[in-house]
Design a protein. Sequence first.
Length: 100
Amino acid sequence: MSGLVKNRVLFQSRRLSIYLVRYSAGHQIVPHVDMVSEGRLYKLNLVLVKPASGGEFRCEHSLFNCFGRIILFRPDLYQHSVSRIERGNRWLLSFALTRL
């Protein structure tokens, strides 16, 4: 399934990472919690392009969710996933901030 994801690192430092990610049809993200070695992890995901079918983001609890397009959540605390993309691509701009 790794061929179904293209992840470009736009910026990376000790506390902030910015990624542009393309998920292709057939890809899904199973429910999981992100592990961090220290601090608190926050993610702000901007869904730039939604797939024609599937690819819905699910999270036990989000801090902010605007129509499934702008989502702020704690991936280190709450289980999250993305349903299988049936048709099209899902483009995501993701900001990951670690607070110590």
